[in-house]
Design a protein around this ligand. Structure first.
Ligand SMILES: [Zn+2]
Length: 97
């Protein structure tokens, strides 16, 4: 495969006019909404994976906070899907109700 600019299929999930929307968010939130210190550089979805592309569901964040949020979301997803095995079903006690 060649010509993969961006190197991710996340781009395909973004709506038409995303660039304009992103510019509006960064203009609305010039300072990172998470740390409140660094200038915003990314347009972040407040609720991850909700695919809410409305302005209310987006916030401007700086690079470091964006990275931190992304990796935290990755860890949470792993926790929700623990490796199979090693979990026994609770013992049934017949006769006890
Ligand atoms: Zn920040």
């Amino acid at each position: 495969m060649s010509g993969a600019w961006e190197g991710s299929d996340r781009v395909k999930r973004l709506p038409p006019g995303w660039r304009k929307l992103r510019a509006r968010i960064l203009k609305r939130d010039p300072i990172c909404k998470i740390c409140g210190v660094r200038p915003s550089r990314f347009c972040d979805h407040i609720v991850a994976k909700a695919d809410d592309h409305s302005e209310a569901g987006l916030q401007g964040v700086c690079g470091p906070c964006h990275d931190q949020k992304s990796s935290a979301e990755g860890n949470a997803a792993q926790r929700e899907n623990p490796r199979p095995g090693r979990t026994r079903p609770p013992e049934q006690h017949p006769g006890i109700k």
